[in-house]
Write a protein that binds this ligand. Structure first.
Ligand SMILES: *Cc1c(COP(=O)(O)O)cnc(C)c1O
Length: 438
């Protein structure tokens, strides 16, 4: 498979090039040049196929012949020592837990694949010890911690993380700022949108063209493609659970997660129902309603990893659906859930089913309930994007008790924060990069 920019279909590039460039030179996002038909691959899947086997098979299907089946297996072996978990919560309602990786959020899937693929392909590409990559990534919380963990200790790669000061949870901040080594955290005096804009500007800045910059945001194809794997895995697990159709409900911010699912559907996955669940940052639900796409500054909510006012993957979806709202509407629905309902949902799901979920998952759960009011016979799989222990304050506010922390997070409490404060202008990042790497 080759890849082209969303803004220019002419210059197809390899996966390696798309992955290391991050953003296309014309400012567009890379997307698959064509839509492969994987129906036969999907039909051949058994209901108990191991995640790693499925993932290496898909990597080879999608990225061959550039990536051989052997390299695909090596990439997957180094990337995934964790798996998704499908849990039935009540009749017709399932959660797909995607938080069993090192940073306890779904972004571990994309980040771990990306780090492993870059590491393998950098070594294969060069044989030259000087070949390095610098990853720049903007985060509203979870991307940064997943990326930091995935790349930590990879000796050919430096990682620079931009996060909005005071807008990530204390625990997220610890995850971002306590690794050290090849990971540097820049604490930006601004919003997540500022961080994202600064990172984007660095990639197209001619004065930085000499640096081997790469991104690890959800704009990077190397993160996006592997996110399709768990949709396909969930499909195999649902074969025994639901006779017919079911719907994926996806808590969404930058819309990378749902884009990966919609790609899988385009490749022939026999699941065609998708619902994007947003918090008050509802530009996409509004777009599906009115046909007008009106980006605006993000608004802080309890599900802060979804506080995005102009989702970067909207450009990929526009490309996939010819910028036509009627085609969008054929492929997915979108619902918005406010903060008050998010808190209520966390409390209610715990009380009714003994299941504790994070605020993002709660947005998804509530959207799933609303979806089922209209479609009572369709089972739903709600993607659970983070462990509730990552959001102690909010979960405690909802239930009256702090959640238990997974051990990966407990260890962080005693570590010292190390972050470099920077301003929110493109120039602030440019200057820092040149001082550090120039
Ligand atoms: C990033 C994130 C989301 C949103 O995912 P997108 O791909 O940006 O739509 C949802 N929940 C959590 C916990 C996240 O970290």
């Amino acid at each position: 498979m080759k890849f082209v920019s969303t803004r220019n279909r002419k210059n197809p590039v390899s996966f390696t090039e798309a992955m290391f460039k991050g953003l296309a030179p014309d400012g567009g996002l890379y997307r698959p040049e064509s839509t492969p038909d994987l129906s036969r691959f999907f039909d051949s899947l058994a209901g108990d196929v191991p995640f790693s086997k499925l993932a290496s098979g898909l990597t080879a299907e999608l990225l061959g012949p550039e990536i051989s089946p052997e390299t695909a297996e090596n990439i997957i072996r180094d990337a995934f020592d964790f798996e998704p978990v499908l849990r039935k919560i009540r009749e017709g309602m399932f959660v797909l837990e995607l938080f069993h990786g090192p940073s306890c959020a779904f972004k571990d899937f994309g980040a771990s694949f990306l780090a492993s693929a870059m590491n393998h392909l950098l070594a294969e590409k060069s044989g030259n010890d000087d070949d390095r990559a610098i990853i720049i990534t903007a985060t509203s919380g979870d991307t940064g911690s997943a990326v930091a963990r995935a790349f930590h200790g990879k000796d050919r790669i430096d990682v620079v993380i931009l996060y909005p000061s005071g807008r990530v949870s204390p625990l997220q901040e610890k995850q971002l700022t306590t690794l050290g080594g090849n990971v540097t955290a820049l604490e930006v005096d601004g919003s997540f949108d500022d961080c994202q804009r600064m990172a984007k500007a660095a990639f197209t800045d001619p004065s930085l063209a000499g640096l081997p910059l790469s991104s690890a945001n959800s704009i990077n194809l190397g993160r996006l493609l592997p996110q399709s794997f768990y949709y396909i895995w969930a499909y195999t697990r649902m074969l025994s659970q639901s006779k017919g159709d079911f719907a994926f409900i996806v808590p969404s911010g930058n819309f990378g997660n749902i884009t990966a699912g919609l790609y899988a559907a385009a490749w022939g996955l026999p699941v065609k129902r998708f619902v994007a669940a947003t918090n008050a940052n509802d530009v996409v639900p509004q777009y599906l309603k009115s046909g007008l796409y009106e980006p605006r500054p993000s608004q802080a909510t309890y599900s802060n990893a979804m506080d995005v006012g102009d989702p970067s993957n909207f450009e990929r979806l526009n490309d996939l659906y010819d910028s036509r709202v009627d085609i969008f509407r054929n492929h997915f629905e979108a619902l918005s859930v406010n903060d008050k309902t998010t808190l209520n949902t966390i409390a209610r799901v715990e009380k009714d089913y003994g299941y504790l979920c994070c605020p993002h998952t709660a947005v998804g759960w509530r959207a799933a309930e609303l979806y089922r009011e209209k479609n009572p016979d369709i089972p739903v799989v709600v993607l659970s994007t983070a462990h509730p222990g990552k959001f102690t304050e909010i979960v405690e506010q909802a239930t009256g008790r702090p959640p238990e922390l997974p051990s990966a997070l407990l260890e962080l409490a005693d570590r010292e924060k190390e972050a470099v404060p920077v301003g929110s202008a493109d120039e602030d990042l440019r200057k820092w990069l040149i001082r550090r790497f120039g």
